[in-house]
Every structure is written in C-alpha cells, then in structure tokens.
Design a protein around this ligand. Structure first.
Ligand code: PEP
Ligand code: MG
Length: 574
C-alpha cells in the first residue's frame, strides 16, 4: 500500500527512486571481554585500514568536485588514523585488558578528546572534533554499519535523514542522489539553501513519520509541493513520471532567458543576482545568467575543515569569484557564524538561544583577529573586480561604525604597504533585525547599500525560530507587517540615493517578486535556479501597476489575504 507524507518544499524538483536511509544514531560501545586478543587486534587494524580507504576516496572526490580547500579535512583525518597515540594505544588496550575493539578505541579516543578540549591552544582543541569523527567511522566499520558515506552509493537514491548538516550536504554524491528528505528543518535552514544551490530536489521538516521509511522503499519525491509518496501504485508512478517530464521541460524553456536583460514589461531594469556559498556554486550562477552575486555566504569557507582559512587562502577564493564574474557586482558577506552554523574547531560557549547570541557581526567584533584577516583578504581581492563588502546582523549604528572603522584601518594599513585597494569598493549591510529596519533612515547615511535578509528578519520580527518546524507557520514573508518593513528599508535607501536589495529566500519567491517590484526593490538575490523563472516572470509584470497593488497589500490584515490577492492578479494577467 502506498502512503503519503508531507513536508516543507525546500528545493524544487521531482525525483523517483529507492530510499536510502542515513542512520545517525550513534551507540556508545559497551565493554565486552573477548577470548582471542590477537584476533581482536587484527579486527581493529582491518577496520582502520578499511576506514582509510574510504576516507581517501572521499578526499579524492572532494578534491575533484569542491577543490583542495574542502579536501584538506580528509587529509587531516588520514593523518590522525596513523597516529600511534590513538591506534597503538587502542591495540595495547585490547592486548592488555582483553576488551573488544570498539570499546578499546572509544575509550582511548574519548581520553584524547578530553585532553585536547582542555588545551589552551586553539589548534589542538579543534583536533578533538576530528578525532571524534574518525573514531565513529572506524567503530561503524567494526559494527558493520555504514558511515554516512554517500560515495558508497552505486544506484540512484533519495536520501532520508533526521537532519543534514551543511557539510553533510556539501558531500552528497550528486551522481546518485536524486533528492533528500529530512525530518526536521525549514525552508531557510542551511541544508535547504545548499540543496537549492545544488539544484537538488529536497523536502525538509517531514516530521517523525519519515523515520519509518526504510532503505529500498520506492519513493516519489515531489519537492515542488512537499509530497512524498512511499511505495506508489502503478498509476501514481505513471502520473508522476509525466509530471517529472513536464517539470524538466519547463526548466529547459526557462533556459531561453539566460542572455536576456532583467527588465519588466514597462521597461524598468532591476538586478537579478545569485546567492553562493563557495566557488563550487559559481558555475550555476553563470549558467543561469545572473546579473551578479548578491550574497556570498563566506562562512562555508570556514566550515568542513579543521582550521581557520588563512588570509592568503581567502584572498585567492575572493579573487577567483571576482574574476569569474568579470566586472559584474559581487556582494561578499563577512563571516556569519553562530545560530545553526558552527565551526567544529572554534569552541564557543554554549548558549540558550544561539540565534539571539554571539553570532555574525557580534562575533566578528568580539574576535577582531578573525575579522581583520577576512577584511584584509577582501580588500586585497577588491582590485580584481567589482566588490561590495556586506556586514551581517547589524542591530545598532554603533556596530556598523565599528565594523567600518576596522575595515578602514585595514585599508589604510594595506595602502601603506603599497597594496592596491579598489577605489569604487562598496560597503553595505544586511537588514536582518527589526532594529535595523526601523533605523534604516539613520543607517542609510553610512552605507552604500542595504540587502534585506528576510530569513532572519522574519524570524526576529515574528519571534519564531527558523529551525523549529512547530512554529514554521510564522514564517510569513507576505504578511503586511513584513511588507511594511521592506518598504521602510527601500524608502530609506531611496531617500539617500543608495540601492536596496534582498538576499533572503523571499527574493526568489514567485508570489513575492511582484510585490517587491512594486515596493521598488532594486536588486533581487536568490538561488541560481530561481534566476530564470524570476526573469521570465518580471518580463510579464508592470512596475507601475504593481506599485499600486503593493500599496493595497500593505493595508491588508493577513498573509493569506495578500497571497490570494497576488495570485488572483497574476492569474488575471496570464
Ligand atoms: C537571511 O537571513 O535572510 C540571510 C540571507 O542570511 P542567512 O540565511 O545566511 O542567515
Ligand atoms: Mg541571516
């Protein structure tokens, strides 16, 4: 019997394939006495060798797909598996105490991790997470359980997991993975955002029912509607194969908009830019004919590795992106760590409310050393294209001033060193807090641009955690309250002759674009896959008409009323 589950459509697409379940439960090995100590030691050695082969394969694939920086982490893992402090000590423990290999390795690793975590040296503290990761990999081998190693796949699958971290998502094997479903998460969680940049069908927040789906079940994933059909009937299979074909045809039709300008029916030009998380997303942005990059989330450069990226490393990435974009504007956001984005190698205090805590600019102003390294890399790269630097999560004018002061100090220092910095470099900020939106008129005097981060702005305005699906109904981008905030920001920018863009998910939402156009937004930055549908849509809209309609929407009383109004209007224009 087929059955239906629903979740949040996070990245469009239709996939039909077998399910593959990613087991995340991590049991703690128990102490077990064994008879044959020599055989147990051989068993451990074999598991270590086998883990090494896997890691090496992942290293090579990562090198090919995502470049040398992302591959470095796996080199470090190989190195750790050869460390006698770990492996020899575990073997010695089996030999001495006659305990099973899982327990011996776990105990030795736990002691090493505790010791590393208590060190003063940050580099050493960072190693604890890597020790934990390789230990789990070897224990999984010993227990005959698959590590979540997507490279082991050799057939098309739809992945099912409780949750996926951004680095899990970065490692997905795109040859075989046709889509994924997670039990928790929302449209704006970072795995969802990455799925959109990988153009991978994804449904998130499908709830605990999704945990019943087993590896090998046949699944239809309709990530345009958020539906998951398990063990479908023949007629459902036929129906969805047809829908899949139609969806793929539409995607092809959109491709004809690649070289066209982003212009409305009444000849108003706007900018349609792409959001990226790293060099690997550039190709999609270029393939989809984006007018620039409106958000480079640089935190992904810092993730999935064991040390901070150096100034030199960052410089070469930023330079590469600017050169590839060939004179089109590239907005690079400074480090936005905290909230749901953690660095395993950076020990931050546990917080009750990480999204309200030491994140983004707050963290950078607290850890000036990190901030200065990134700013120097950005300033140096500015000579290679059209760079705009953007600060995230500003709440206060004083935070903006402090960030600009540090930027200016680094600029002067570089110039004194004889390094060229672009004279037309733009400096702007994200509007992600209600405090910033309400103070937009003051802030506009001191920036070149605003970019509205609706993922956070909606979370903070509605006081609804963007990771918590039980309050996800409060994510209401079309709510008049949100539209009013957006209007405030655009008007403040206009009054000061600055430009206002948006790089939150709302900017790529087809039922929000007409309203944003009507409110006068200048730049829309979105996942690469949304650029062409947005360009096609804009070509049918009149800005003049939508300014009138948006003014009406501002006075409505609910998101539903606004949505009905927009959809009726779009239908009558079609
Ligand atoms: C936002 O908050 O809208 C945004 C673009 O930033 P992020 O999603 O990376 O928090
Ligand atoms: Mg944000």
């Amino acid at each position: 019997m087929s059955h239906l589950l629903t979740g949040v459509p996070a990245s469009p697409g239709i996939a039909i394939a077998k399910a593959y379940r990613l087991e995340m439960e991590e049991s703690i090995p128990q102490r077990e006495e064994i008879e044959d100590r020599a055989a147990e030691m051989r068993r451990l050695k074999k598991a270590i060798e086998s883990a090494k082969v896997d890691i090496d394969r992942i290293r090579e694939q990562t090198l090919e797909r995502l470049g040398p920086q992302k591959a470095e982490i796996f080199e470090a893992h190989l190195f750790l598996l050869d460390d006698p402090e770990l492996t020899d000590a575990a073997l010695a423990r089996i030999d001495r105490e006659g305990v099973c290999a899982e327990f011996a390795l776990y105990e030795v690793a736990a002691a090493i991790m505790d010791a590393l975590r208590s060190m003063d040296n940050e580099m050493l503290r960072e190693r604890a997470a890597d020790v934990g990761d390789i230990t789990r990999r070897v224990i999984n081998k010993l227990e005959g359980r698959a590590h979540h190693m997507f490279s082991e796949l050799n057939d098309e699958v739809i992945l099912f997991a409780k949750d996926l971290t951004p680095s899990d998502t970065a490692q997905l094997n795109m040859d075989y993975i046709r889509g994924f479903v997670t039990e928790i998460g929302s449209r704006t969680s970072h795995s969802a955002i990455m799925a959109r940049s990988l153009e991978l069908a994804a449904v998130v927040g499908a709830g605990s029912d999704a945990s019943q789906i087993r590896t090998g079940d046949t699944v239809i994933l309709d990530a345009t509607s958020g539906e998951i059909i398990v063990n479908p009937s023949r007629s459902q299979m036929e129906d969805y194969s047809e829908r899949k074909r139609k969806y793929e045809d539409d995607v092809l039709r959109m491709k004809s908009y690649v070289d066209r300008p982003s212009v409305t029916a009444d000849e108003v030009h706007v900018e349609l830019a792409g959001n990226i998380g790293g060099i690997e997303d550039l190709e999609k942005v270029l393939d989809n004919g984006a007018d620039g990059i409106g958000l480079f989330r640089t935190e992904f450069l810092y993730m999935g590795r064991s040390t901070f990226p150096s100034e030199e490393e960052q410089y070469s990435v930023y330079k590469h992106v600017l050169e590839k974009m060939n004179g089109k504007r590239v907005v690079i956001r400074t480090l936005d760590i905290g909230g749901d984005k953690e660095l395993t190698y950076m020990q931050l205090p546990q917080e009750m409310n990480p999204f309200l805590g030491l994140r983004a600019i707050r963290l950078c102003l607290d850890r000036e050393d990190l901030f200065r390294t990134q700013l120097r890399a950005l300033l140096r790269a500015s000579a290679h294209g059209k760079l705009a630097i953007m600060f995230p999560m500003i709440s206060l004018l004083s935070e903006l001033r402090e960030a600009k002061r540090i930027l200016n100090e680094e600029r002067i220092r570089l110039e004194q060193e004889g390094v060229m910095v672009a004279s037309d470099l733009e400096v702007g900020m994200m509007i992600e807090t209600p405090a910033a939106a309400l103070a937009a008129d003051l802030l506009a005097e001191e920036v070149d641009f605003f970019s509205i981060g609706t993922n956070d702005l909606i979370q903070y305005t509605m006081a609804a955690d963007r990771m918590n699906e039980s309050v996800s109904y409060l994510y209401q981008p079309h709510h008049p309250v949100i539209l009013r905030m957006v209007q405030l920001v655009i008007q403040a920018a206009d009054r000061h002759g600055k430009w206002a863009g948006m790089c939150g998910e709302m900017a790529g939402d087809a039922s929000a674009i007409p309203l944003l156009l009507g409110l006068g937004l200048h730049e829309f930055s979105m996942s690469a896959s949304s650029v062409l549908p947005a360009r096609e849509l804009l070509s049918r809209l009149s800005r003049q008409e939508w300014s009138r309609l948006a003014a009406e929407a501002l006075n409505m009383s609910s998101q539903q009323e606004v949505l009905d109004f927009v959809n009726n209007q779009l239908r009558s224009e079609a």
